[in-house]
Design a protein around this ligand. Structure first.
Ligand code: GAL
Length: 835
């Protein structure tokens, strides 16, 4: 067995210090205690104790853990639970407690806890006193601990979360699944998300940045103060470089126990613009003074770039057209669930980049802040989305039940938190909302205006379903840019959308595909087994389409800014076509006759009767484990036209199909492909207009080698082959990096493939594999990309799925200091090879 040595490096924990700066920010993720009540993972109930928020409550038997923590991802998967939320036991009541000390010398400071998100209906107490909470699990929120803090002694924070009656159309996860920070400030400080940088003028020579600041004074008397702003260059690792501008405010009178807003304008010479290729960023540092003393320092990264959605020339970034090649994604990280992890997110974005994806839609909720940091640094455009529904819910207990009371607060939190990110180009207030059919109520316009209260620099949209019946009924005039789900038939076909756009009064409109495709497939399945979908990329649900149809529509109607494909990755839940959730169907009900609707409802009933084990989606271009499906190469051929590539499908291991005709598809960025079977040419094919794959529909199967040679402009462009392999005999372990930090967050993803005696990967092999680890770390989860597999993710023994298996390794946090790192090894063991 080949062993790979992985090293762990010790990370020195960094806390942004500050006695001199007036603000300190502490990581508050570690050493929490947790207990689950109400619905348990096995479906039984455990009564909630009385007064679990009390300082005296006995929590000694609670589970100790670090955040972020998703209490449901360990499962078990339960066949009796709904497939559309992942067959995972996420409903329940979770209590988290943390004991911590606050020093006497902190007396007089303000103490806040910042939650990046907690699922759901969070209520927070400090020392038994309620200090805040937030119901929508995707919103970042702050609680002020100050009134309840014990200075110079122990404090207990308690958080209650409740997902029992919550509704979701996908796996929402459960618990404090994002980071928490403790923030200490002076009584006079920059308010939460209190700095907003806009860039109204940008030229090669100079750019202006307007820095708006909201200051808060908690003291009972007015305070005379001022603030100073400096702008610095910021490198890709967040290193602060040269100062490029500075400015001071005039003296300000901060009202007693109140807030004050002000702004200054600075000029930066020869600004380096933010673009997808050059992700140049700057840092605005605001330093607040009360009289002569510095009382606060607040920093925000930002970028100089212009954005414009045009009527007839798509989307312009810095004045140049950029075709939106986006993907929609839900927030889970596959086998890691919804517990946010920056390393896992970065891996996802690297995979998306590798096939040319340049834009992300945070469907259909407020993302983790780390996603936007990564998008800024790695060069993605972001459609930052708030909700899946407005007042009219889609599931009992979903956002529909919160909308009335919370929508302004949630939109404010989303926009104020995210409005400095250059990657964010669009705000989205919703997705396929039933209110789109009643434009006369003006709800879309109202929500567009709410967003503009907090940011006027970016357009607002929402994803409208069935555009010819909904978004073209007047609703589209209530948003700034027209988001259309599954509209290829509308703008590609009879140019209906073109006519619509050319109507009087519509000159300002521009549109994009907010959701496209919804093609379904299981990686590596060509003649699919039960509850699988073929990887020939020819299956779509009633409302969806194939990638090729969207490509053709965009080619026919280039005024459209581009597309967001449903989806980049497979995700937990919504395993269409083995999904019995009615709400997706109802999203498109406007398109269906009564008879069609009835027929589809009956089909949904049948799905349930068949008891599918499917628990994750089939929509991804990449599977749940992060392994590319064939479709990855179809998008790569379209989205990276200058990258020489050619890909053949299917594999060539069809022992039982000798002499039978097998369809062979080739995806290539070339314009011509010649296919060879065992050295014999099967002919050359040219890419035809509005065709995006090369097809040989009937290739008589004989074992051996299929080879494709792609040409561009008559010259050889790329070559690839697939071979009939021998029997599986060994494993190959390929970690995605060699050094692992012991910071409690870093991860190594180990791709395990099954090889024959000659070292070829066997694409059909499904041996039972057990991964083990020697050293101060843990295999935190494994996966194989099979959407029907009900083995819990923490299990280290599972079969490979179509030749692949994934192990995710984490080092023990702060594992003994030793400057050389910690050598340990991971090994895989073939337990059994099915005959
Ligand atoms: C859309 C919906 C998405 C997802 C998708 C599946 O209609 O907006 O959230 O359900 O269908 O194809």
């Amino acid at each position: 067995m080949k062993k790979k040595i992985l090293c762990i490096l010790l990370l020195i924990f960094a806390v942004k210090a500050g006695a001199s700066t007036g603000r300190s920010i502490y990581n508050f993720d570690f050493d929490w205690l947790f207990s689950r009540y109400g619905l348990q993972a096995d479906g039984t109930r455990l009564e909630e104790p009385v007064a679990a928020e009390s300082i005296l409550f006995d929590d000694r038997n609670w589970k100790q853990l670090d955040l972020p923590y998703d209490w449901a991802i360990e499962g078990p998967f339960r066949p009796d639970l709904e497939g559309f939320t992942g067959k995972l036991p996420w409903r329940g009541i979770g209590w988290y407690r943390k004991h911590f000390k606050v020093e006497k010398k902190d007396e007089g400071k303000r103490l806040y806890l910042d939650f990046d998100g907690a699922m759901a209906h969070a209520e927070v107490w400090l020392n038994g006193k309620k200090v805040g909470g937030h119901p929508y699990g995707y919103t970042s929120f702050r609680v002020d601990l100050t009134p309840a803090v014990v200075y110079g002694g122990e404090n207990v924070v308690a958080v209650r979360l409740n997902t029992e009656d919550m509704g979701s159309r996908w796996y929402p996860g459960a618990g404090i699944y994002r980071h928490v920070r403790l923030v200490k400030t002076s009584q006079v400080h920059v308010d939460h998300w209190g700095v907003f940088v806009t860039t109204p003028q940008i030229s090669d020579k100079e750019a202006k940045a307007v820095i708006s600041v909201k200051l808060r004074n908690h003291l009972p008397d007015p305070v005379k103060g001022h603030y100073a702003v400096s702008v610095y260059e910021l490198d890709a690792e967040d290193g602060v470089g040269a100062e490029v501008a500075k400015c001071k405010s005039l003296s300000l009178n901060l009202p007693a126990d109140g807030t004050l807003e002000d702004s200054v304008t600075v000029t930066v010479s020869e600004p380096r613009r933010w673009s997808l290729e050059q992700t140049n960023r700057y840092l605005a540092r605001v330093v607040v003074f009360d009289g002569k003393k510095q009382v606060d320092t607040y920093e925000v990264p930002f970028g100089f770039r212009t954005i414009r959605f045009t009527h007839d020339n798509g989307f312009l970034l810095n004045g140049k057209r950029v075709q939106i090649q986006g993907t929609c994604n839900h927030h889970d990280l596959g086998a890691l669930g919804t517990a946010v992890n920056k390393v896992a997110l970065e891996r996802q974005l690297k995979i998306l980049k590798s096939f040319g994806c340049n834009a992300l839609r945070t469907s259909h909720n407020i993302p983790a802040p780390e996603l936007l940091d990564l998008a800024d640094k790695m060069g993605f455009l972001v459609m930052d989305e708030a909700f899946d529904c407005w007042k009219k819910g889609k599931q009992p207990g979903d956002y529909g039940s919160l909308f009335e009371e919370w929508h302004v607060k949630d939109l404010e939190a989303l926009v104020c938190r995210d409005r400095n990110h250059p990657s964010v180009i669009l705000w989205s207030t919703g997705n396929e909302v039933p209110e789109q059919y009643t434009p006369e109520l003006g709800i879309a316009r109202y929500l567009t205006d709410v967003v503009h209260r907090f940011d006027k620099t970016r357009p607002v949209t929402f994803g409208a379903s069935y555009p010819s019946k909904s978004a073209m009924n007047g609703t589209e005039l209530q948003v700034d840019v027209h988001g259309m789900n599954y509209a290829a038939g509308v703008y590609g076909g009879p140019h209906f959308y073109g006519e619509f756009l050319n109507k009087e009064g519509h000159e300002h409109l521009s549109g994009f595909s907010s959701e496209s495709s919804s093609t379904m497939s299981s990686r590596g399945e060509y003649f699919p087994r039960k509850f699988h979908v073929s990887s020939y990329d020819l299956n779509e649900p009633g409302w969806g389409g194939l990638p090729d149809q969207e490509f053709a529509a965009l080619d026919r109607y280039p005024a459209i800014c581009g597309e967001f494909v449903w989806t980049g990755f497979d995700y937990l839940g919504e395993p269409t076509p083995f999904n019995s959730d009615k709400t997706v169907l109802l999203n498109h009900a406007a398109a269906l006759s009564k008879e069609e609707l009835k027929k589809q409802e009956e089909e949904l009933k049948k799905i349930e009767e068949n008891r599918p084990t499917s628990r994750s989606s089939y929509f991804g271009i990449v599977d749940l484990a992060g392994f590319p499906k064939d479709r990855y190469y179809l998008y790569q051929s379209r989205w990276m036209p200058d990258y020489p590539m050619v890909h053949i499908l299917p594999h060539w291991n069809f022992e039982n199909k000798k002499g039978e005709n097998i369809p062979v598809f080739v995806y290539s960025s070339g314009d011509e492909v010649e296919l060879f079977l065992n050295g014999k040419s099967l002919g050359k094919k040219q890419k035809q207009a509005f065709e995006y794959r090369f097809r040989w529909n009937e290739v008589p199967y004989e074992p051996g080698e299929l080879k494709a040679v792609a040409y561009k402009d008559g010259k050889v462009w790329a070559e690839a082959s697939v071979k009939t392999t021998g029997a599986p005999v060994k494993l190959k372990l390929t970690p995605d990096k060699k050094i692992l930090k012991s910071d409690g967050e870093d991860l190594i993803f180990v791709r395990v493939s099954v090889l024959d005696a000659d070292g070829n990967e066997v694409p059909t092999a499904e041996p039972l594999i057990k991964a083990t680890l020697d050293g101060p770390g843990k295999i935190v989860a494994t996966d194989n990309g099979d959407p029907t597999c009900l083995i819990p993710f923490p299990e280290t023994t599972r079969p490979a799925f179509n030749g692949l298996y994934l192990a995710i390794v984490k080092a023990n946090r702060g594992a003994n200091a030793y400057s050389g790192g910690y050598p340990f090894s991971i090994s895989g063991d073939i337990r059994s090879v099915p005959s």
